[in-house]
Design a protein around this ligand. Sequence first.
Ligand code: GTR
Length: 329
Amino acid sequence: MKRRNIIVLGLGAATAAAAGSRAFAQDKVVLKSTDVHPLGYPTVEAVVRMGKKLEAASNGRMSVQMFPSGQLGGEKEMIEQAQVGALQMARISTGPVGPVVDELNVFNLPFVFRDEAHMRKVIDGEIGREMLEKVSANPKTGLIGLCWMDAGSRNVYTKKPIRTPEDLKGLKIRMMGNPLFVDTMNAMGGNGISMGFGELYNALQTGVVDGAENNPPTYEVQNHYQLSKYFSFTEHLIIPEILVFSRRSWDRLSPADQALIRKVGAEAQLEQRELWDAKVKEALAKLQGLGVTLVTDVDKKAFRASVKPVYDKYGDKYAALMKRIDAVS
Ligand code: GTR
């Protein structure tokens, strides 16, 4: 019987040398994948399901090994590990990809999408495909953009209700690692503090920051509601998540395996959103029983107006893309 090579793609050089530049058709391929969220969270579940499909379609030859809950580090570290081929797939926010692929920052601009439905249309259409291609086409990124996922809208949470930009005055609000977000929070009235997601719970607990901003499922699942009891629907950012694949590992796969991964990735984009919608409902219902105040009477008009300096600074660069995004209906 022919002996099967086992290739955990992430374990690199020696196996790669033994196998030649590409994995053989009979090689077992284990895709190490990671996410900051725990098992069961919509993005994690969507990738786990992708893995099951890969297993079924390849008679067990391909599989996904999931490292949830930030076990392999934060999103910046995930990008670095994917770039060197130490992991194969990372589901991350578009936020930390902006500094790597500048065009993607257009999705990181405040209020760039009219609402979540608009965002979904954009990522499902031509612009979404183009942006994934921007990630994949440039070999310097070291990444392949596989598909998008949904993360709803981001909202400010702290120890008091936030209804207007004045309410944010003097508050240190944690933002994702991308200068654009610090500028955004500063324009919204608060003090934006760039910080890794893994440090946030502790920072909220010790008062290093006064609050943060995120979607309801993250606020609930990561237990941030325990420390910041007011969740105010500012909806200032609607940022799609992205599933990236290590280019180094990708280049070692057969074209047939690549096509299969692309196929299940495209399916995951649509499947995840069903999981997402259910999770948002579940999180909001749960939060109401946990002593949280959901603040809905937010002056969105004032917040929209407040981010003008962000557009003054970055708008020109993304003007053409913004126009196209706006035209998607
Ligand atoms: C969540 C997102 C994560 C991470 C996190 C953050 O909504 O799912 O990928 O970006 O926000 O704020 O760092």
